[in-house]
Design a protein around this ligand. Structure first.
Ligand code: 5GP
Length: 187
């Protein structure tokens, strides 16, 4: 695992298993480092309590998602536990062209697609302190059905196995520290 230092205006991808706390780290990045632009994905899943349309995600239906794919408007997309998620292409390309560092929070499939398309991308993997801690966080979330939690846990195992594909691994034992470390890698 060698960490290729990106120049400003390059892309960083944050990935890691569901429940590891990517969303919380991203929130801290938005709050503490407004100079980092964070992509807002589109998804066909419905909003959880507290999620703000257009800020957390753009929540769209399956037909609109099909349309975005057909028009080539997604930089990458993946199906995740029966729902689809994708990164709108134009805003990312505009940010990179303007020289502003851009951050994507996406799943493993998406990270692999981006690595293939944009080789200069820095790939960061967020890992839980322990597997038990991840299980605790995923089952304790309360917002997903038992079936969704089971799917997410199965997927999380595969995602944990892929950590070695990433340039850098950060362990999420303290959100603020991890956000600072991530920002240092990006800026
Ligand atoms: P959640 O439903 O928990 O918000 O997200 C589920 C998974 O989808 C997470 O692993 C998250 O990183 C991933 N995800 C969110 N947005 C995107 C995206 O635009 N593309 C891909 N490939 N994955 C995404």
């Amino acid at each position: 695992m060698s960490a290729a230092r990106p120049t400003p205006g390059r892309l960083t991808v944050l990935s890691g298993p569901s429940g590891v706390g990517k969303g919380t780290v991203i929130e801290a990045i938005r709050r503490k480092y407004p100079e980092i632009w964070v992509s807002v994905s589109v998804t066909t899943r419905s909003a959880r309590r507290g999620e703000i349309p257009g800020q957390t995600y753009h929540f769209i239906d399956g037909l609109d998602f099909d349309d975005l794919i057909a028009r080539g408007e997604l930089l990458e997309w993946a199906a995740y536990t029966g729902r689809r998620y994708g990164t709108p292409r134009v805003p990312v390309e505009e940010m990179l062209a303007s020289g502003r560092p851009a951050l994507l929070e996406i799943d493993l499939d998406g990270a692999r697609q981006i690595r293939h398309e944009l080789r200069d991308t820095q790939l960061v993997f967020l890992a839980p302190p322990t597997w038990e801690e991840l299980v605790r966080r995923l089952t304790g979330r309360g917002s997903d059905s038992d079936e969704q939690v089971a799917k997410r846990l199965a997927r999380a195992r595969d995602e944990m196995d892929a950590a070695a594909e990433f340039d850098v691994v950060l362990v999420n034992d303290d959100v603020d520290r991890v956000a600072d470390e991530l920002a240092k890698l990006i800026l």
